[in-house]
Structures are given as C-alpha cells and as structure tokens.
Design a protein around this ligand. Structure first.
Ligand code: KG4
Ligand code: ZN
Length: 345
C-alpha cells in the first residue's frame, strides 16, 4: 500500500522585506499561515515629496529593521533560534533599501546558523494569495500590478512562472501615483483615487485604452497618463471647473478595463480556470469587482488577498521563501541585492 507522506514538521520562516518604503518582518508557517506581519510604512515621510526618495528610504530602514524583526518574533511568540530559515527580498527594488533587509537577514542567519533564502519580490506578491487562500494551488494566471510592475504571469507551479504580458512603460500603480500627484490628491495615489472615484461618474470623460495587436497581452499606460494631463491643461486654459471625482472614476475605469481584458484573455489562452490578483493595485475595489464579473462570465474563479497583503509586506516573503526552502533553494552569505532582478532568475 502506498502511504502518502505528509510533511513531518511545520516549517516556520522569518520573512524580511525592505525593497521600497515599507520596513516589514513576519513569521509564517508552511507558507500558508501568518503568525505575525509587522509593517512600518514610511508613507508620511515620502508623501511631502510626492514619491519615494531612495536615500531617505534606506536610512529609515536602517533605523527600523531590527525593532520590526524583534516585534514580529515577539508577536508570533517564536524565538529567533526556533525559526527554520530566514527569507528576504533580494530584488527587484531600490538597491540601498534592499541591502538593509539583506544585511539584517544575513546577520541573523549567520549568528543562528539558519538557512538564508533569497526571495524575488514579485514571487512574494504572488505568494500572498497562498496565505489568503490556503487551498489555492497552481496553475493559475496572476495579474501582478504594483507601483513598479504590471505583469500577467502564468503560474505553472509554486516555482515556475511564465510572463505573458508586461507594461511597456509605466506600471499601473505608477500611473495612479502620477495622476494623483497632478491633481494634488497626495501619495500614494492608488488608494486616494480609489476612494475619490466612488463619488464620480466613470463615463464622464473618455480616456484612451491601449491594446496591442497580434495577441500581445502587454500594457501601456503612458498615453493614458498624457491624456489625463492634457485634459487637465485644456480645462484650466478654458477656465472650466474640473470635477475631480469624475476624473478619478474615468481614469480608474480606463486602467481597470485594460488590466481586466488582458488578464481574462491570458486565462482563456492558457485554459486556466483561476485568476489571482497581486501587488498594491490588487487592493483596488473597482479592479476586484470588474475582474470577478468578467472572469465569472467565462467560468473562471478569481482570488485576491486582503488589502494589507496586496501592498508590500513580509508575510508574503515568508510564504514564497517556504516554497524555495522546500525545493532546497537556499543561498549563501554572498547573496547580493539585485535591483533589476527578473522573474524566473
Ligand atoms: O506592491 P506595492 O506596495 O509596492 C510595489 O511593489 O510597488 O504597490 C504600491 C502601489 C502604489 O503605486 C499604490 O498607489 C498602489 O500600489 N495602490 C493602489 C491601491 N492601493 C495601493 N492602486 C489602486 N488602488 C488601490 N486601492
Ligand atoms: Zn511590491
């Protein structure tokens, strides 16, 4: 008789994330359950500059990384010596910011003689779905839309990825942030536009949607951004009143329409019955609603993490690290930060 051998021991991983402007540490078990997830955001600090200032981000990470790690262990009621491995984001991201988390992770791994695991930030975003939906397994299509990335990824296995579409210019979140800045809403723009759009008419202003020919599932948001900036300039020149709510709703609808159409198309091409959303933009209420509506019409299920797991956090890094650990994919202390790390590298 064949006996199915389940995992003998739970694997507890300390995750560390400092790729941009959140200093985060978390403890997760078997890539599926969160024991703690501490996120210290620097949003207020960068807000007055309208975006992340890399040097300020690195300095703040240096101040915060150890207290945040200690808090994560304390909240999880886990002693550092009892974790099975330390997972850390090593790219892509801001090099100075990445180096802070990486140095802390190496120090802990060395002192405690634990395996060090380098995690790709986008794999982390995808893994947030495993924390939210403990039964979710590949294959599925994942739309990863954040401040730095807009990728349609075919997740063939826990560690096997194929990029089916990507942005040719701005990332979706970057477009939200730039438009919010242009209309004086603040930073980060995504959540502010999401909120403001609730009271607006999404059909008030006709903004362009870019679709590429020949089956390409790539995105382009720079034309949309220019169209919004031109609209603002024209209205100002004519002395006409801009209804911010309508502008936010119309812009948001244009972004969401393209993200939804291409992602559902990718699922149909790969005959995938599941779509997952990941990255900061996955917190967008219209995107969640429209993706569900469009996918369900085609019999495709839609998964997304709660908003706090969509934006940068270390629980997702601890989850992705678990799947690396299971494949025996540990790193040595020479692991370096790679700001432009590609998915699948
Ligand atoms: O994943 P994330 O925290 O950082 C990166 O890896 O880039 O994503 C941050 C991005 C920002 O551009 C932010 O404006 C956007 O996600 N974002 C949103 C929403 N919440 C965050 N965009 C649209 N709607 C939201 N509710
Ligand atoms: Zn991110």
């Amino acid at each position: 008789m064949k006996v199915r051998c389940s995992q003998l021991k739970d694997i507890t991983i300390l995750g560390i994330e400092t790729s941009c402007d959140e200093t985060s540490a978390a403890v997760a078990v078997n890539g599926r359950a969160i024991l703690s997830n501490i996120i210290s955001s620097q949003v207020d600090l960068h807000g007055k500059f309208g975006g992340v200032v890399p040097e300020i981000a690195s300095r703040k990470h240096v101040e915060l990384v150890l207290p945040v790690i200690n808090q994560a262990l304390e909240e999880a009621c886990v002693e550092a010596k009892d974790v099975d491995a330390v997972g850390v984001t090593y790219g892509p991201g801001l090099v100075g910011a990445l180096l802070v988390g990486l140095s802390a992770a190496k120090g802990i791994a060395y002192v405690l003689n634990k395996p060090l695991i380098g995690v790709h930030h986008i794999e982390g975003h995808i893994a947030a779905n495993y924390l939210e939906n403990p039964l979710l397994e590949p294959p599925f299509i994942c739309l990863v839309a954040s401040g730095g990335h807009s990728h349609i990824v075919y997740v063939k296995g826990f560690k096997s990825f194929e990029i089916m579409g990507r942005t040719k210019d701005d990332a979706a979140g970057e477009a939200f942030d730039k438009i919010a800045r242009a209309i004086g809403l603040g930073y980060p723009g995504g959540p502010l536009i999401d909120k403001t759009a609730v009271n607006g008419n999404s059909k008030a202003i006709e903004f362009p949607r870019v679709y590429f020919q020949g089956g390409s599932l790539d995105f382009s948001f720079s034309g949309l951004k220019t169209a919004v900036l031109n609209y603002l300039g024209n209205m100002k020149q004519k002395g006409e009143k801009i209804v911010i709510e309508d502008l936010c709703a119309s812009f948001q609808q244009a972004v969401v329409d393209v993200l939804v159409k291409n992602t559902v198309e990718a699922a149909l091409v790969r005959e995938a019955g599941k779509i997952a959303l990941a990255g900061g933009v996955a917190a967008n209420s219209l995107l969640r609603r429209c993706m569900k509506e469009a996918a369900e019409k085609k019999g495709i299920e839609v998964y997304y993490p709660k908003p706090v797991l969509c934006t940068d956090n270390a629980a997702m890094i601890a989850s992705a690290a678990f799947f690396e650990y299971k494949s025996g994919n540990t790193a040595d202390l020479c692991l370096n930060a790679i700001p432009g790390l590609k998915l699948g590298d």
